[in-house]
Design a protein around this ligand. Structure first.
Ligand code: HEC
Length: 147
């Protein structure tokens, strides 16, 4: 119960920062979900295996010292623009080599993390022109699927 409460609180906090109910508007725009190709997601899985799994675990479960990339991760990033997670991955991960992921590789890992958590992208109300529409979109819980 406490966990669920915290998750809801975290999601609400992120939602508030990201602009709140405005993101829920425009049902027509939400119909067209931007997505990643299976190739991108598979490439992301390989990058994860090579550069992330040694800390976060093959199954994304984390350790005592390293946060999981499931569960709490979903609460932390749901309702955030994908570009925020992308920027975080580039500037902070892998922990021992920040700034080492290319923009493309960060996009691939992001695709893998979303797929692993059953997260989807919702089109943003006001995407920036010229930017990757997938990264402009908002991370959202989707129908849960097994990994
Ligand atoms: C050397 C160990 C290590 C490696 C390698 C590593 N991480 Fe991390 N990661 C951490 C630690 C420790 C934190 C917590 C950082 C903090 O709290 O500031 C973290 C935090 C994160 C978070 C934030 C989790 C959340 O719930 O907000 C994400 C996302 C993440 N890592 C993804 C990755 C990805 C993707 C890779 C591979 C490209 C990677 N990490 C590689 C140790 C690592």
């Amino acid at each position: 119960m406490t966990g669920r409460f915290l998750a809801a609180a975290a999601a609400t906090a992120v939602l508030a920062i990201a602009g709140g109910p405005a993101l829920e508007a425009r049902p027509a725009a939400r119909a067209a979900l931007p997505g990643f190709t299976p190739q991108e997601t598979e490439a992301g899985a390989q990058i994860y295996a090579g550069a992330c799994a040694m800390c976060h675990g093959k199954d994304l479960a984390g350790t005592y010292e390293v946060p999981p990339l499931t569960g709490r991760f979903v609460a932390n990033w749901s309702h955030a623009p994908a570009r925020d997670l992308h920027a975080y991955l580039r500037k902070a991960m892998p922990l021992f080599a920040p700034d080492s992921l290319s923009a493309e590789d960060a996009t691939r890992v992001l695709a893998y993390l979303l797929r692993s958590n059953g997260l989807v992208l919702k089109p943003a109300p006001a995407p920036r022109k010229g930017a990757d529409p997938r990264l402009e979109a908002v991370i959202a819980p989707g129908p849960m699927r097994p990994r």
